[in-house]
Write a protein that binds this ligand. Structure first.
Ligand code: ZN
Length: 351
């Protein structure tokens, strides 16, 4: 069972690099005439708490609460939510109701509902149920891949080719995202070579993935290594690198998001209340915290379409369902600043 507790392990490499010179996302600070200003910056925060978060904690959240969570996140403005995972219920009882949760998410107009699928069988369910997007995880660490998926990374690439063939044969429009995990190293293997991460990322696209994402599964990344890898990755595949996924295990999650943003990434995974973590490291943080990330982006002048006040209220509700679990994040403790905030936040704070 432990060998199939997917993607809970992490590792990384540490290098100090010069500050990247390319800044593709200027923060709105200069008083230039409005007709000369670049289009307003926008970013998407994809909620993964219902999958990455809940799979890593012991509490089994009832389906009705998951639906309540999705409804409130949607009302707050979130339009991309990973609702669960199609793995055997005996392995992850926390996500056994994924089909039901997905069906509800599909009733919300404009919501992109995604699921994680570890193999062809999971993909069949995602296709049958017409999910908008399925994420197929691949671990760039050979050791981690064998331990968690019982496949080599290249065998996962081959599985993605089979999933693509199945998708095409079915006529489905479900998108396939290849998620390259342990992209910054791994606790089992140690260093994971950048060249290997980039090779596997391109291999996933060649095998038929519509897009790819890079994940620091175990919190080994730092902003310099993020800048370097994401710059290289974007130079190779451009916008087909569609998402960055950072865990906050060592407190560098938001800094890593900023580095990826500077490299041109505009979609980030996050968990409400930072839930998640690692069963081998009690108290370890999960993904970057949704409400903190939305706050940071909005403060930078980057529109997310999400009402952070509503997220804070939702966090409180979810915290009530997770008594005994370790939650993370900092914004909820200090609250929103009442002055010197961008207009959207000031309005939200006083609403
Ligand atoms: Zn993760």
């Amino acid at each position: 069972m432990a060998s199939e507790m997917y993607f809970l392990i992490h590792s990384g490499i540490f290098r100090i690099l010069p500050r990247p010179t390319r800044k593709r996302h200027p923060v709105r600070t200069s008083p230039i005439p409005s007709d000369l200003q670049p289009p307003a910056a926008r970013a998407t925060v994809r909620e993964v708490g219902l999958r990455d978060g809940l799979q890593s904690i012991a509490t089994v959240v009832p389906t009705a609460h998951k639906i309540e969570w999705i409804n409130a996140a949607y009302a707050a403005g979130q339009r991309e939510i990973e609702v669960g995972s199609f793995v055997p219920a005996r392995l992850l009882p926390q996500l056994a109701d994924t089909a039901e949760v997905l069906a509800h998410a599909q009733t919300l107009p404009g919501l992109v509902a995604s699921v994680l699928v570890p193999n062809l069988r999971g993909a069949e369910r995602a296709l049958d149920l017409d999910a908008d997007l399925m994420i197929v995880p691949l671990s760039a660490s050979h050791a981690h891949s064998l331990a968690n998926l019982r496949k080599t990374p290249d065998e996962v690439v081959a599985e993605v080719a089979r999933i693509r063939a199945l998708r095409d044969a079915s006529g489905s429009r479900t998108l396939i995202e290849g998620g390259v995990g342990t992209a910054f190293g791994c606790t089992l293997q140690g260093e994971v070579a950048e060249s290997e991460v980039l090779r596997l990322m391109v291999a996933l696209l060649d095998a038929g993935a519509d897009r790819v994402s890079l994940a620091d599964t175990v919190g080994f990344a730092d902003p310099a290594s993020v800048a370097r890898l994401f710059e290289k990755a974007r130079a190779l595949v451009g916008d087909r690198l569609a998402c960055a996924h950072f865990h906050d295990t060592r407190g560098m999650g938001l800094a890593n998001v900023y580095a990826a943003w500077q490299a041109g990434i505009t979609r980030f995974d996050a968990c409400l209340a930072g839930i998640g973590g690692c069963p081998h490291a009690p108290g370890a943080s999960g993904n970057v915290t949704t409400e903190d990330l939305v706050f940071m982006l909005e403060r930078m002048g980057v529109a997310t379409g999400i009402d952070v006040t509503a997220l804070l209220a939702l966090r409180q509700r979810v915290a009530g369902w997770l008594s005994g679990e370790t939650l993370h994040g900092t914004l909820w403790q200090a609250g929103l600043p009442q002055n010197a905030a961008p207009a959207a936040l000031r309005l939200a704070a006083t609403a």
